[in-house]
Design a protein around this ligand. Sequence first.
Ligand code: ZN
Length: 119
Amino acid sequence: MRRQPLQCPFCESCPASPVDIDLKSVEIIGGICECGAVYALDRTGHNLGEIFMDALTFLCKGDIDMALSLMPDDYETETLDYDIHTNTISSRPEVSRRSSKLVFIRMKRGNTKSILYKR
Ligand SMILES: [Zn+2]
């Protein structure tokens, strides 16, 4: 299994490793890529549904109502195997091993809500 340094699946830049982020409505371990994608860490790889919702909320700057109103058509998402110790990812999940997951979500281009994290 080839591993590579943490890289955004949408823009191929290398975002910072996940850090603790407290949005009051949610607490996540993650970050924001320069392309506007957000990412959230699931340490165990077993809470993906929950982490995904947290990441969506993070994408909406902590606005849970807005996160709930988003349709799957509004955003694109990618889940990567992530090793927090080496800060590396592998795009093909290793089924034999429980590993941490990193969930990336980005508003689709052209979506009016995509102004949120634009720089
Ligand atoms: Zn990116």
